[in-house]
Each structure stands twice: as C-alpha cells, then as structure tokens.
Design a protein around this ligand. Structure first.
Ligand SMILES: Nc1ncnc2c1ncn2[C@@H]1O[C@H](COP(=O)(O)OP(=O)(O)OP(=O)(O)O)[C@@H](O)[C@H]1O
Ligand SMILES: [Mg+2]
Length: 366
C-alpha cells in the first residue's frame, strides 16, 4: 500500500473545477504517475468532462499515450452509502441486514448533505488502500462550504474512536433489557439523553439509534481505520489544496472565502488556478492579417478582437495581482480560455497547459 499524494480542487460554481481536476489528472498520468481522479460532487459531471464512462467503481480510463495510468471514480449519492455498508459489513451479513432496514440508517442515507462527501471519502480511502496510486485528484461540489468536508472524517474518527460508540452500543443492549444499568455519572447522563431523545423524536428513534450503533460497533475497527485513512488523505502531510477561479468578482470572492476557511483549519492553498484567464490569438487571425489586400472592414474586426483579448488578459492580470497580494504563499497558475465546445477537447488542451505547472500544484515535498 502506497501513501498517495492528494490534490483537492475547490472553488465557486462553474469556474472549471471539474475540468481543471480532469485535466490535472490527465497531465499527471501522462507524466507517468498512477493517478486516481474522483469527484465527490453529488452532481457527478466528471464523466461528461472526460468524455468517457465513469462509474461508482474505480475504472481505468483508456489513454492514447501516457506513461502512467489514469483511473476514475464517481460515487453515486444514491448508492455510495450502500457500497460502503456492503464493504463494512462484508463479514457480518446479519448485522448488515439489520442496518439496511434500520429507520435511522434509511433517514441518514437520504439526508445527502455532508453524508455523501463523508461516505465518498471513505470509498476513496478504500480505493487508495486497495489501489496503487501515486496521486489522487479530488473534484469538489460548487459550494463555499465544499472545503469543510476535509474535516468530516477526522470528526467522525474521533467520535468512533472515543467512548461514544461503546456507550451507544450499550444503550442498544439496555433498551433490549440485556445489560445492567451503568452506575454513577454515566447512568445519569445516559438516562437523561435517552429521555430527551425519546421526548423529541419518539421512542422508536432511540431504539433505532441504539440498534444502529450496536451493529456499527461490530465493524468498528474497519470503520475507524478507513475513516482515519480518509482523514489522513485530506488533512495529512501529503495533501495540497488548489483553489480554482475564473476572472470574475464572484469567483475571486469565493477563493478568498475558501482560503479563509482553510486558514481556520490551519491549512493554506498550495495554488490558485486562474481558469479562462487568457485568450490566445487564433492562428487564423495572423493568417488573415498577413494576407495581401485585406479589406479594411476585416482589419477593423481583427483589431476589435485583439482589443477584447487584451482587455480580458488585463482583467486576469488584475485578479492575479489581487490574489497574490492576499495569498502570497499560493502559486498562481493561469489557464487559457479554450475555444472548443466538446468538454473532453477542453480537458485535453488544458492538460497540455498544466504539464508545465505540476510542481506548483503537487503537495510540497517535506
Ligand atoms: N479554460 C476553459 N476554456 C473553455 N471552456 C472551459 C474552460 N474551463 C471550463 N470550461 C467549460 O466551462 C463549463 C464549466 O466547467 P466545469 O464543469 O469544469 O466547472 P465546475 O466549476 O466544475 O462547475 P460546477 O460548479 O457546476 O461543478 C464546462 O462546459 C467546461 O467545458
Ligand atoms: Mg464540477
């Protein structure tokens, strides 16, 4: 089992997170790295960006010419929880059947927000354990809170590693009348929490909570070790955060907001990717200009095009300067606007661009 490097791509809506993540993964594979690209965005647009089928199993992406290997994983919010339970309870079929019919479990599995990211990251941790990856690239959901998911596994691992699980499992036995009542402070606390939960949600929820935790206690070791691994991948020494922006005020504010949230976690963005920052002169422009006897109206159009191009590029210069002043420790990587409509063509073009910037995006060697 290798410890892969991890690159988390986050940013505002529509700035090009999925495109950048896919292009980055492609560039890394082309350079010889065994790469896994994962989207934890429930919207699952990765397959569209890559132009190949991507499923909720780790799948090899066919590459024309690459030294490394590219695999992709797109957990399905409707099925990721089930895939995770299947793995956790592989050796406990009876407990698994109980969990799957537990009302609290069913409620949790449907509660989407946060749960999907957490479960998806546990699936990534499992893929990183079973697979042989040098780098894992993670594409996230378009939300200002999308980066918060990096803390979920650590919080869950702390909860599971602590005494609460045995305590709740004990509750299971007590509500079945099997275990002796605990003594002292714990008995006071237990009684009160039981009473409170029952008052707020009805007696069945207490029973369901207790049963669910009782069954989880059976697979606790597997659960805890996977969750710890997910946490190491996201908060350990081998992770880099890349914030993606487009040259708009909203995208700039999103990057600053996300960087502040990372700072609260004691982390800093490794790089800021300014996507759609530059427009390259199209080859036909210079060909037309070079032609003899070009009509003045065509020259005017070409001049207007050139002016628009330089306006865009100075907007990107302004944004780069602003972000550099605010976040001087982050490298700034500029990506061009690609004039193409097929997403996979855009991804391929950007992966060529990113090849020169891999060192700035990969986690720093420590
Ligand atoms: N550099 C670029 N040049 C041209 N088109 C681009 C570029 N980057 C992204 N696009 C296009 O912009 C659209 C949005 O990109 P993408 O889906 O990667 O954004 P996103 O940030 O992941 O969006 P969401 O917030 O919805 O997840 C796509 O159609 C993509 O092909
Ligand atoms: Mg996306």
């Amino acid at each position: 089992m290798k410890d892969p490097l991890v690159i988390v791509c986050a940013g505002g809506g529509g700035v090009g997170k999925t495109t950048t993540s896919a292009a980055l993964a492609l560039a890394l594979a082309a350079r010889g790295h065994q790469t896994l690209i994962v989207t934890i965005d429930p919207a699952r647009r990765l397959a569209g960006a890559m132009g190949v089928p991507v499923t909720d199993e780790v799948t090899l992406v066919p590459l024309a010419a690459a030294k490394g290997r590219l695999s992709a994983l797109m957990p399905d919010p409707r099925r990721s929880m089930r895939a995770f339970i299947d793995y956790l309870f592989a050796d406990e079929p009876e407990a698994k059947a109980r969990v799957l019919s537990n009302k609290l479990y069913i409620g949790l599995a449907d509660a989407a927000a946060g749960v999907h990211e957490l479960v998806a990251m546990n699936l990534v941790a499992r893929a990183a354990t079973d697979g042989d990856f040098d780098v894992v690239v993670i594409d996230t959901a378009p939300s200002r809170h999308a980066i918060d998911f990096v803390t979920y596994p650590a919080r869950l691992a702390a909860l599971l590693g602590g005494r609460s699980v045995s305590w709740l499992a004990g509750l299971a036995q007590r509500s079945g009348g099997a275990a002796p009542a605990p003594r002292g402070l714990l008995s006071w606390g237990t009684g009160h929490v039981e009473h409170l939960l029952a008052r707020v949600t009805g007696p069945n929820l207490v029973r369901d909570t207790a049963d669910l935790f009782g069954d989880l206690a059976l697979v606790r070791e597997r659960f805890v070790s996977l969750t710890r691994r997910a946490s190491e991948l996201l908060l350990g020494e081998r992770v880099a955060y890349a914030l993606v922006a487009a040259p708009t005020a909203a995208a700039r504010d999103d990057v600053i907001f996300l960087a502040a949230r990372l700072e609260k976690l004691g982390r800093r963005p490794r790089a800021i990717v300014l996507n759609r920052a530059d427009t390259r002169p199209a080859p036909w422009v210079s060909a037309l200009r070079a032609g003899r006897g070009v009509a003045p109206s065509i020259t005017d159009v070409l001049d207007a095009l050139e002016e628009e191009r330089s306006t865009r590029s100075s907007a990107a210069d302004g944004l780069a300067a602003h972000l550099h002043a605010k976040l001087p420790w982050a490298s700034i990587v500029r990506l061009p606007y690609v004039e193409a409509s097929a997403p996979e063509v855009i991804v391929a073009a950007l992966s060529t661009e990113l090849d020169a910037h891999l060192a700035a995006l990969l986690p720093e060697a420590r």
